[in-house]
Design a binder for this molecule. Sequence first.
Ligand SMILES: [Ca+2]
Ligand SMILES: [Ca+2]
Length: 141
Amino acid sequence: MRPILILLFGLILLGGCKKEGRPVITPYGVSITDGSVIEGNGGNVVIEFEVKTDATVFGTDKVTVWLTTVEGSAKSGTDFVARNNVEVSFAAGEQSKKFQVEIVEDTVQEPNETFSVVVNSVSANAKIVDGTATGTIQNDD
Ligand SMILES: [Ca+2]
Ligand SMILES: [Ca+2]
C-alpha cells in the first residue's frame, strides 16, 4: 500500500510543479476588433479584422475560434462575400490573427455600409470576451 501512496503523492507534486510553470491561467479570453476599408472599384479589396487572445498561447495549448459574417446595411453577395463558421486557430506563441472578408467593389454612389463578424464559438480552453466586430465599407464613388 505504501508505495502506491508515495506514487500518488509524487504525481500530485509533479502536477503542482507543472501548474506553477504556466504563465497563463485558462481560459484564454478571445476578442475581435472592428475593421474598415475603402471600397475600391475593382481588384481584390479585403477588410481585415484582428482576432486576439488576452495572453500568448502557451506550450501545447491550441485556441480555436469560429467566425461568421452577419449582414447589416452591407449585404452578402452585393457588398461582401459571406463567411460561415470559419475556423481560426492560435498555436503556441501566437496572440493575434487576421480574419479577412472579401469586399464586392462597385462604382455605385451609396452610403458607407456596415456588417458584423461574430464569434460563434471557441474551444473549451477559451471564453468570449468581445464576440462582435463591425466592418465598415467606406464608399468612394
Ligand atoms: Ca467604389
Ligand atoms: Ca460604392
